[in-house]
Design a protein around this ligand. Structure first.
Ligand SMILES: NC(=O)C[C@H](N)C(=O)O
Length: 495
């Protein structure tokens, strides 16, 4: 089943691999999610989480592991992607997928670095749309019929790219009915209730298939009736070399217009990965810091004492303009406020060093809202342009309660699915900075911080959502024992 691991590396690197998955977000409630149905989601998420982690631990790259996890979801009719995708208004299936990578590792560019991100949309008959997105990501000049500048395209759509995937890249083609599930069909019909024509799922199966029927058929009845489909899937992986990768796959929204493109294949909206370098105060021991401060005090007083009287008020003004870094205040609309104002760091008191950081994210929810807010790049930009902002904080500001997505729905919030969603992600950096420097702590960062005794550097897995639930799976770290435990959740609290 898990046949998409392509690379094995012999020596593992200095990062502790990790993975976080989502299986969709939306107005999920206990009433709509029976214990039996939850048990099925939990089992699938658990299996894909632990299997992806095994791949990473045995040397798979972040891109391989993230794409492999997405293919497992794509074959699982429980989720709205691949087999089990929702129907369009016209009763067709149009899938979308994307992949993106970035790296902190010193060992050269990871797979796909040249292009970094790529996506496909309007995919109808490819068994694993995520593998098609991956092929577009990897396509290089003179390679398999996508020569010239076309190799640099980062979003391809429709029949031609599918044909290329099947013919040039050996991807698997499946007939329409492979993707049709009774559950999605019922959802589709319920959504179109007002125009009910009495056309049934059996009629659908009997209708003209674009291909001859094959031995494999869609999962006719998966026993799931009521739960509204939100199940876009996403996998964010960190491999041992400090590469981050994100893979996202979806059937889109139930009864979407034919031809509608959502956030999943739109770079910066439903997925993003980015690395950068920034200057931060070096983490120094308390003694060194105290000595430095003493020296600074005495230097300052030697210079200033004779002219203190004259310059007094001017100096105050001058210092006010020497603040090291703009502090991003939490958005005023967000109920999430840090308990303390972080101190302003004086560059004269700290040695600056270069720090490399990287983040990768996958979103799920109302894709049009993700498009309108450019959700995932917005969160990355908060981190990038204020080095004091953690990914946990940025994700909450965008996808948490009262955040940017919710705000974007305006008066329509709560009346439709607009604005609803969630984001998962992983953040890594190449070394610690003083705690006071960071504006964070009060956000749902999963305990996986670098502050543990292991010699491996760790990523920080994060998530937040503004709606009833987010199907998610990740590893939680016990800082005392350094043991990591797989965790599968849907609501804020346990099921
Ligand atoms: N369930 C989802 O996440 C749907 C997807 N974001 C879309 O709007 O296409």
């Amino acid at each position: 089943m898990h046949s998409h691991i392509t690379e094995k590396h012999h020596a593992l690197g200095s990062f502790q691999p990790t993975v976080i998955l989502h299986g969709g977000a939306g107005a999920i409630s206990r009433a709509s999610l029976s214990p039996e149905l939850w048990a099925r989601y939990e089992a699938s998420l658990w299996r894909y989480l632990t299997d992806a982690r095994k791949l990473l631990d045995s040397g798979a790259s972040a891109l391989d592991a993230a794409c492999a996890a997405a293919t497992w979801f794509e074959d699982d009719p429980l989720f709205n992607c691949g087999r089990g995708s929702v129907f369009t208004e016209q009763g067709t299936v149009e899938m979308e997928a994307s992949a993106m990578v970035c790296s902190l590792g010193p060992s050269g560019p990871p797979a796909g670095q040249i292009k970094r991100g790529a996506a496909v949309s309007l995919v109808r008959n490819t068994r694993h749309p995520i593998l098609l997105a991956r092929e577009v990501l990897m396509a290089a000049d003179g390679d398999g019929g996508m020569g010239g500048t076309s190799t640099m395209h980062c979003h391809l759509s429709g029949r031609d790219v599918e044909e290329w995937g099947w013919k040039e890249r050996g991807l698997e083609k499946k007939p329409d009915r492979w993707f049709w599930t009774k559950r999605r069909w019922e959802e589709h019909r319920r959504g179109l209730q007002k125009q009910n024509t009495g056309y049934t799922y059996d009629d659908l199966l009997a209708s003209v298939d674009r291909f001859a029927a094959t031995e494999e058929e869609g999962d006719g009845d998966d026993g799931v009736d009521e739960y509204p489909s939100q199940g876009t899937v996403g996998a964010v992986c960190l491999d041992s070399w400090g590469n981050l990768a994100v893979a996202t796959s979806t059937g889109g929204l139930t009864n979407k217009k034919v031809g509608r493109i959502g956030d999943t294949p739109t770079i910066g909206s439903g997925f993003w990965a980015e690395t950068w370098e920034e200057e931060v105060p070096e983490k120094t021991s308390a003694m060194v810091q105290a000595r430095r401060e003493q020296n600074l005090e005495s230097e300052t007083s030697q210079i200033l004492r004779p002219i203190a009287g004259i310059l007094g008020s001017c100096l105050t003004l001058f210092q006010a303009h020497q603040e090291y870094q703009p502090v991003i205040n939490p958005p005023t609309h967000s109920p999430v406020t840090p308990h303390h104002s972080p101190p302003i760091l004086d560059p004269r008191r700290s040695t600056l060093r270069k720090r490399r950081r990287a983040v990768a994210m996958s979103g799920t929810g109302n894709g049009d809202s993700f498009l309108r807010t450019n959700a995932t790049r917005t969160a990355a930009s908060m981190c990038r342009f204020s080095s004091r902002t953690s990914l946990a904080r940025a994700v909450s500001a965008v996808a948490g309660p009262g955040g940017e997505l919710q705000q974007s729905a305006g008066d329509r919030w709560g009346h439709s699915g607009e604005g609803q969603g969630g984001i998962i992600g992983i953040e890594i950096d190449d070394g610690p900075v003083s705690k006071e420097f960071l504006v964070e702590q009060d956000y749902p960062t999963i305990k996986s911080s670098s502050a543990c005794s292991s010699t491996k550097k760790r990523g920080r897995s994060v998530f937040d959502f503004n709606c009833g639930g987010l199907f998610r799976a990740y590893y939680e770290l016990d800082e005392k024992t350094s043991r990591e435990t797989p965790k599968v959740m849907v609501f804020k609290e346990g099921y």
